[in-house]
Structure formats: structure tokens, C-alpha cells
Ligand binder design. Structure first.
Ligand code: HEC
Length: 94
């Protein structure tokens, strides 16, 4: 019985993850990834504030890399780049 439940859980989890990554054609992939995984803790202020951690494009990428690692989403380098590009074109303009 428990074994059955565990298997059902394993089968449904990836489905939930995929459903969560719903794609809106108006949104870039970077924006979508950021909205799905990062926005709950941040509002725009974290990217606007004085003394921001990300001082240039490389620093921004490092922060994105660090955060995706912290929450364990295992983004590819391409995905890290897409999210950095989205954040840069929305808030940082480096
Ligand atoms: C658990 C809450 C939380 C989540 C989830 C989270 N962040 Fe953050 N983020 C923070 C906090 C708090 C800071 C500011 C303090 C710090 O950097 O330690 C921050 C800072 C940042 C900064 C630097 C801002 C600056 O000063 O220029 C970037 C970039 C960033 N986060 C990107 C991301 C990305 C990308 C994700 C998703 C993969 C993410 N964060 C998910 C809480 C979070």
C-alpha cells in the first residue's frame, strides 16, 4: 500500500513541475523561469535598491547562478543566461 502511494507520488511530481512551467507566448523564457521560481521572495525593490549586489552583467549572472543553486532548480547555463538577460533588460540595464 505505502509502496503504491510512493510510486504514485513519484509519477505525479514531474507532472506538477511541468504544469507549473506554463508558457505564456508573450513572456520570454527568462521571465517565465523567474516568475515561476524566484518572484515569491523578491519584489522589484530587491533589484532597484541602492548598493545592489549585482554591479555588472557578470555579477548579475553570478547572483542568478547562486540563487538557482540555492533553491535547487538546476538551471542550465542557457537558462541562467536567459533569466539574467530578462532581469538586465527589466531592472539593471548594464
Ligand atoms: C527564499 C527567498 C528567495 C528566493 C526563492 C530567491 N531569492 Fe534572490 N534574493 C533574496 C534575498 C533576501 C536577496 C538579497 C540578499 C542577498 O543577496 O543575500 C536576494 C538577492 C538576489 C539578487 C541580487 C539583487 C541585487 O542586489 O542586485 C539576484 C540577482 C537574485 N536574488 C536573483 C534570484 C533568482 C534568479 C532567483 C530564482 C532562481 C531568486 N533570486 C530566488 C531572496 C530570494
Amino acid at each position: 500500500m505505502y509502496r503504491y502511494l510512493a510510486i504514485m507520488l513519484l509519477l505525479t511530481l514531474p507532472g506538477i513541475a511541468i504544469a507549473d512551467d506554463h508558457q505564456d507566448p508573450q513572456m520570454s523564457r527568462g521571465e517565465m523561469l523567474y516568475r515561476n521560481h524566484c518572484i515569491e521572495c523578491h519584489n522589484q525593490q530587491i533589484h532597484w535598491r541602492d548598493g545592489r549586489i549585482a554591479a555588472d552583467l557578470n555579477g548579475l549572472k553570478k547572483e542568478v547562478e547562486r540563487w538557482q543553486d540555492a533553491i535547487g532548480v538546476k538551471w542550465t547555463e542557457e537558462e541562467v543566461n536567459e533569466v539574467s538577460r530578462y532581469l538586465n533588460s527589466t531592472y539593471y540595464f548594464y
